[in-house]
Design a protein around this ligand. Structure first.
Ligand SMILES: [Zn+2]
Length: 93
């Protein structure tokens, strides 16, 4: 336990920035609102998720992440990150 906030990651409930270095330094900032602190693994998953969504040439609509952000749909966003991390199966959410 270090000096930073010892709250669990709001996406995966894991330690911030990670289990091995809990509380030793800040985690990542969620792209959902640019202020929620999340763990390193979820931060990486968010970056991957955005890259995949933005690179889809068949999706002429807004990126999924933008839709979640506009709707303030944190649960939907959280589910996507967990799926990206392989924690949730697509069909289970
Ligand atoms: Zn996390």
């Amino acid at each position: 336990m270090g000096d930073f906030l010892n709250i669990p990651c709001p996406i995966c409930d894991g330690a911030i920035p990670n289990e091995e270095q809990e509380g030793e330094y800040p985690g990542a900032t969620s792209r959902f609102d640019n202020k929620t602190e999340i763990c390193s693994a979820c931060g990486t998953a968010e970056a991957l998720m955005e890259a995949i969504l933005r690179s889809d040439p068949h999706d002429n609509d807004q990126p999924l992440s933008v839709r979640f952000q506009d709707d303030g749909d944190w649960d939907g966003w959280r589910g996507c990150v967990l799926i990206q991390r392989g924690i949730l199966e697509v069909g289970n959410y």
